[in-house]
Design a protein around this ligand. Structure first.
Ligand code: ADP
Ligand code: MG
Ligand code: ZN
Length: 193
């Protein structure tokens, strides 16, 4: 038998990490053995996966997706979980296929779109091959409708303005005081040229 590939996508604040943790806890109740990974690039709380709703689970920080292979060789594992997959390289599925072929389920989650409204290659790579896809929505902070997008705002002369298409894609939330993110619907989401 082969493992199953699940992916949870959505904008920031949509509950991806919360849902991932919920699925991990359910599997632990079912006495399954699992390993929880997170990209080391996400410098918030190094060895914890933490949801904004307050739930927390211990995780192994890894710098490349291939690092998971040495951990799963060490013992019996029924599933692995990986949060924030948008931070990994583009060819993430090749590695995860090795894991699935060992009858290990893969639970993954990541951002659907970057702040420019473009897909992340690694997320796309999994979405099109997944056995199960969950799209979560946040609440648009402007109008209250379902939010499927992540707005980046930049502080300029005391005002929070929409980011520009020319800005770098990866900027960790909270790492720079003059940049912040919020969930928005398609109508309220903005990008400057
Ligand atoms: P993600 O991993 O998708 O960024 P989290 O699982 O960390 O999301 O956090 C989801 C939680 O964030 C929600 O359960 C809720 O408590 C909180 N939250 C704060 N602001 C919002 C918002 N605008 N829309 C939805 N949830 C929000
Ligand atoms: Mg998260
Ligand atoms: Zn809106």
């Amino acid at each position: 038998m082969k493992g199953r590939l699940e992916i949870i996508i959505g904008p920031m604040y949509s509950g991806k990490t919360e849902e991932l943790i919920r699925r991990i806890i359910r599997r632990r109740i079912a006495k399954q053995e699992g390993l929880v990974f997170k990209p080391v690039i996400d410098t918030r709380d190094k060895s914890l996966v933490k949801s904004r709703a307050g739930t927390v689970i211990e995780a192994i920080p890894i710098s490349q997706i291939s690092d998971i292979l040495k951990y799963i060789e060490k013992g019996k594992v029924n599933f692995i979980s990986i949060d924030e997959i948008q931070f990994f390289s583009e060819t993430i599925y090749d590695i995860l296929e090795n894991v699935l072929n060992k009858n290990i389920d893969v639970l993954s989650s990541g951002l659907n779109l970057d702040f420019k409204g473009e897909p992340f290659k690694s997320v796309e790579d999994l979405v099109i091959r997944a056995d199960d896809i969950t799209l979560l929505k946040a609440v648009c902070v402007v109008c209250g409708k379902d939010a499927t997008r992540t707005q980046r705002l930049v502080l300029k002369n005391g005002n929070w303005l929409p980011a520009s298409k020319r800005d770098d894609v990866i900027l960790i939330d909270g790492s720079i005081e003059s940049v912040k993110y919020e969930p928005r619907c398609r109508d309220c989401w903005e990008i400057l040229d």
